[in-house]
Design a protein around this ligand. Sequence first.
Ligand code: SF4
Ligand code: SF4
Ligand code: SF4
Length: 298
Amino acid sequence: MRIKFIQRIIQAISAFVINSAPDFFRTKVVYGGPEKNLCLPVLNCHACPTARTTCPLGAIQTSLAYRQPGHIWFPLYPLGVLSLTSLLVGRAPCAWLCPFGFFQDLLSLITGKKITIPQKLNYLRYLVLIILVFILPYALHGQWFTKFCPMGTLEGTIPWLSMSSLLPGIKPGYFIWIKLSILAFVVIMSILTSRFFCRVLCPLGAILGIFNRLSLIRLKVESTCTKCGACRKICPMDISIYENDGSSDCIRCFRCTQCRHVSFAVGTKVIRKKSPPPESKNISGNNANRVEAADSKT
Ligand code: SF4
Ligand code: SF4
Ligand code: SF4
């Protein structure tokens, strides 16, 4: 099945639907209608002129930074949406719905030299989450992740600046160069290696991955897996899913289900058995060829 093709179509529709509020062209202000109360589990800047929904990271930071004495300030709503999503489908919104994930997938289509990055770097996203999304907004009363967010620069800062002749109130400060440099760095890295921001830096992906191991929709790797490694070669997150089918890095794109030893499963599974050792080297080789050939067709 052409999983990658179907994924691209769904991603494109999602990016369009989330960013198609038409009001801006009439009002020249960011859309603020009823859909703006919706917090979707995707990275999409709500300062984008045509964004319909609210970014959960923005909502978390706002709750913490601008808390009022006597009011409930704990970001229950965005954290609830993210936790429930993670429990139901794990990080699937990263593969299928997130506009910034889609943007990175498009960048990775640019051909040329590709690099691999150490998997230990993936832990950085938890630091970004704790420091920039929780601690600094709470302690210093500001939206610290938003200041540096590359999606915010792409969807918010750049469109607003490009309209500065129409909207004379907008004046770029020195900080714009920091924001543009971060975006440029993420773009270059996303060309060199797939899903760089998702793997290494995204705090939203960090939250969505928390319950990946327990999620209702998950992957199941059979004990017959030969550990040939072909699934890792086609995995956008560079994961050896046969070593840990509950990996918090897995975005549930299901490309690896092209291997007959990996299947889509519904239902939680808390304790996982270790797979037995590989049965035969020949089977591994054949399987690798089969999986790679299938992926190149999609
Ligand atoms: S990790 Fe972040 S940027 Fe990547 S797809 Fe998930 S929410 Fe979007
Ligand atoms: S491609 Fe299939 S057989 Fe090979 S390592 Fe992955 S899951 Fe195992
Ligand atoms: S392990 Fe499979 S489902 Fe998970 S990200 Fe990699 S290819 Fe996609």
